[in-house]
Design a protein around this ligand. Structure first.
Ligand SMILES: [Zn+2]
Length: 870
């Protein structure tokens, strides 16, 4: 799965999670949402389900008849339990004979007519109906959105299929399915597997029959029905189909046409052909995730159907989403994690294959830049550091975190580097063939790679997967002229505690002298050690882990001239990026600014030019501003220009910057640059910003791109005169993404106005999930504790989609913290008045300041990443 905010750049989601996670630590919540961490013991093997569904669309009701074919696993079994939440069970038969049944809040229990023994088979038929609180979603035209196409779609992962089908709902079982859907004649449907038949039914309806003959887990069951446009292609005789909400069919191929090429690449790399009978991608409105890899039938958010006018401005477009969900068809669907604690076996591989596609399809520099960003993103989430990738203690946070995704992908990337491409894919092929159609734990992967290659990876997995964190290196060197020898001192400075230990890593070290570069491989394994390397002269550049293959942070003690040389001469983007970041720390150094300016204009990799622009923005002084302005003349690519324009938002008190931003905001050829210019004007709190933003809100652009940027910018601007505009565009009836932007900014204005808090809180229960998310986060950032009860009652509802509960919980914790520091503030003033214990008052104030700065930094980071990478 890919989460809503992570689409196209999962980093975004992570930034937001980071924000709340720190605050959440002190608060203990009842276990209302955590998934079952360990695989269940099973009494039976569910083998096949015939799922027959009709819908009362107006009532948002499902009317179901499901027949489960199952085999008993233990002698003496006297009853069969199904997961079933909120469904009204009308009748049950066992082998066609009417049967008694009981229901609890979460179970349907069917006593067997006699005690059964192992191997005995039963057909259990259940007739039921219900209005699913989640799992199955009805997106329908209403008074606010009278023209939207009707859609019904499901989202099973992680434990929501039970809300619309009584079934065995945990990953450690697999079944084949037949799905029979009766819908209005003008609708189409999508379900797992092959389309067998479409026939006329009474009352101007049609009945669609789908059959999936390969077994997979219940969370991968899918149903999509409604008014859709369809495009059909094929790959090696397998149907490849795409569905867009009616009227948006022309947007499918410009964004999705690389799908067959990806199927080709992954099949070849893995030596295991795409395994399912078809591959469909259905794009649906208001989706609760970014994408979901249901077996043979992915569902994605319709916001991945980007306007053709914007596509050229997004290098790689929607490829990360498309390749991620496709890779899951092998990793997740064909071979499935046995429990949620091993979810990285799904998500880590899906993330790795985003990189595999980039490496194959795009220039090396682009793939390197994407990986560089992934490393930076994981490093920016200190709350993940102490948690192992495989863990079963996710009561207080989602297991779908950036350890499973980002770190999982980067660790697999490292593994491929360490054992080599051939051994890596030989191991994966053996893993997929051995466990095809089965459920796995991490040990199965270790064993498969060993069996295929005779390579024992236990230590690697102990450190990177079962252990936590990543090495924090401190590196320095001296050169001995007489011995022609370099002494490289490497320390691992991470605190060894909990799951974090000392890492054993092979590291490539490149030493460049006047006669050229030489590559050495050292084996780092201690807290501190010194490596002696031959060198034919004094080095001009020493690179530790050149190319940045290892997930790590490193403090390399170098002189400025070395960083300048490295920025200009290092072959790999990661090494030049490291130099750019080091030089940015020199703040007011003219040489550093000039060197970054040269990189911004002349580096061959556009990704590095982005890094240089960001570095200059971080320096934030007049000289850096001058280089950024000059960079606009040299860079025509929209994805570099927009970074430069974004970085200009950090250059304060320079009228030339504001003039330039105003001009770009209204007339640049790049929409992303115009959008970032609008946001930089807000961040700079420019006097001319309000009219420019107001105009931009009123104007039209593809996908409302500029309006949405202007609305977000009104939040940074912090001018309360923007409130009426924001209230207007937050309201039901406006486009969903526009409302998301307006609500986020509204949260930041007139912070004492309880009416605004109440307006935002009123959106918490809307059926539009993206709006719910926007309201949850806006209330958290608003800091008005009067929103706590509304958030708490949201938490009690049974219709929270995946990942929503942890987000709500984090924002409540944030508000409680805010409330506490406000109380602390009162105490502080009292103490000052009374005049005693002045030291304590000062300490309190410092604490508050520190807290405030941390919060502001977090917010800024979260917002910036949302803006630059949306
Ligand atoms: Zn995924």
């Amino acid at each position: 799965m890919m989460s809503v905010l992570s689409r196209n750049a999962w980093r975004v989601r992570c930034a937001i999670l980071t924000l709340g996670a720190v605050a959440a630590m002190a608060v203990v919540f009842p276990r209302v949402y955590a998934d079952e961490p360990y695989a269940r013991n099973r009494d039976y093997d569910l083998q096949h389900s015939k799922i027959t569904l009709r819908f009362d669309v107006e009532q948002r009701k499902v009317i179901g008849d499901v027949t489960h074919t199952l085999a008993i696993l233990h002698d003496g079994t006297s009853k069969i339990d199904f997961d079933s939440v909120g469904l009204t069970i009308q009748s049950v038969t066992v082998n066609k004979a009417p049967a008694k049944f009981e229901t609890t809040a979460a179970k349907l229990i069917v006593p067997l007519p006699a005690v059964a023994h192992s191997g005995e088979k039963f057909d259990v038929d259940i007739r039921y109906e219900g209005k699913p609180a989640k799992g199955l979603y009805f997106i329908l035209p209403n008074k606010d959105y009278p023209n939207r196409p009707s859609q019904i779609w499901s989202q099973g992962e992680s434990e929501d299929t039970r809300y619309y089908i009584p079934t065995y709902d945990y990953p450690n079982d697999r079944l084949t399915t037949e799905t029979i859907l009766t819908v209005p004649a003008s609708w189409i449907t999508v379900a797992n597997g092959k389309l067998i038949n479409v026939s006329k039914a009474a009352d101007n309806m049609r009945t669609w029959t789908w059959r999936e003959s390969l077994p997979s887990s219940t969370y991968l069951i899918t149903i999509v029905a409604g008014e859709f446009d369809e495009i059909k292609q094929s790959w090696h005789g397998i149907p490849v189909t795409y569905y867009a909400p009616k009227g948006r069919g022309d947007r499918i191929l410009p964004n999705y046409e690389r799908t067959p090429a990806m199927m080709d690449l992954f099949s070849k790399k893995l030596g295991v052909d795409y395994p399912w009978e078809k591959y469909s991608q259905a794009m649906v409105d208001d989706f609760v995730a970014g994408g979901m890899e249901n077996s043979s039938a992915t569902t994605n958010t319709s916001s991945s159907l980007r306007s053709a006018k914007l596509i050229p401005e997004f290098p790689g477009d929607e490829d990360p989403l498309i390749s991620h969900e496709l890779a899951h068809q092998w990793f997740g669907d064909l071979v499935t994690c046995n429990d949620w604690g091993d979810i990285w076996l799904n998500e880590g591989f899906a993330t790795l294959f985003e990189m595999v596609w980039s490496e194959s399809h795009y220039p090396k520099d682009q793939a390197d830049y994407e990986r560089w960003l992934a490393v930076q993103e994981w490093l920016s989430q200190p709350n993940l550091y102490s948690k192992p990738i495989v863990r079963h203690d996710f009561d207080d946070s989602s297991e779908f975190d950036d350890n499973a995704y980002g770190k999982g992908g980067l660790v697999l990337y490292m593994l491929r580097q360490q054992i080599g491409e051939d051994a890596f894919y030989r191991g994966l092929r053996h893993y997929l063939e051995t466990y095809r159609g089965k459920n796995v734990v991490t040990a199965d992967l270790i064993k498969a790679i060993d069996e295929a290659n005779h390579i024992n990876l236990q230590q690697f997995f102990d450190e990177w997967i079962y252990g936590a964190g990543a090495p924090k290196f401190d590196v320095a060197y001296t050169y001995d002229e007489g011995k022609h020898q370099l002494a490289l001192t490497v320390k691992q400075t991470q605190k060894v505690e909990g799951h974090v230990g000392i890492f054993h890593v092979p590291v490539k070290v490149e030493v460049t002298t006047a006669s050229g570069p030489k590559l050495h491989t050292i084996s780092v394994s201690k807290e501190a050690e010194t490596f002696l390397l031959p060198s034919d002269g004094a080095p001009v550049m020493v690179l530790f882990d050149n190319g940045g293959q290892i997930l790590k942070s490193v403090e390399f003690h170098k002189e400025k001239k070395e960083w300048l040389y490295q920025l200009k001469n290092a072959t790999e983007l990661a090494d030049r990026g490291e130099a750019a970041q080091a030089l940015a720390k020199l703040k007011n150094d003219d040489e550093a600014v000039a060197a970054l300016g040269v990189a911004l204009n002349a580096d061959q990799a556009w990704g590095l030019r982005d890094i240089a622009a960001d570095a200059l923005g971080r320096m934030g002084n007049a000289a850096a501003g001058k280089e950024l302005l000059a960079g606009l003349d040299a860079n025509t690519q929209p994805y570099v220009r927009n970074h430069i324009v974004g970085a200009l938002g950090s250059i304060k008190d320079d009228p030339k910057v504001v003039t330039k931003l105003l001009a770009i905001s209204s007339e640049d050829a790049s929409y992303r640059s115009r959008a970032n210019a609008l946001q930089s004007l807000g961040k700079l709190k420019a006097a001319t910003a309000l009219p420019a933003l107001t105009d931009a809100v009123k104007g039209d652009s593809p996908d409302d791109f500029l309006r949405n940027a202007a609305l977000r910018s009104l939040g940074y601007l912090g001018d309360d005169r923007g409130v009426p505009l924001l209230r207007e565009w937050s309201a039901p009836g406006k486009a969903i993404e526009t409302r998301e932007a307006a609500i986020a900014s509204l949260g930041r204005l007139e912070k004492d106005n309880k009416e605004i808090t109440a307006q935002i809180a009123s959106y918490l229960t809307e059926t539009h999930y993206p709006i719910r998310y926007a309201a949850i986060r806006a209330l958290g950032s608003r800091g008005d504790p009067s929103a706590i009860p509304a958030l708490q009652s949201l938490l009690k509802r049974d219709d929270l989609s995946i990942e929503m509960a942890p987000t709500v919980k984090e924002e409540i914790a944030r508000l409680q913290k805010e409330e506490n520091s406000k109380k602390a503030g009162t105490t502080e003033i009292d103490q000052e008045k009374s005049g005693d214990d002045g030291d304590q008052a000062v300490a309190l104030r410092l604490d508050r300041m520190e807290h405030l700065i941390r919060e502001m930094n977090d917010r800024l980071k979260s917002i910036e990443s949302r803006l630059t990478r949306k």
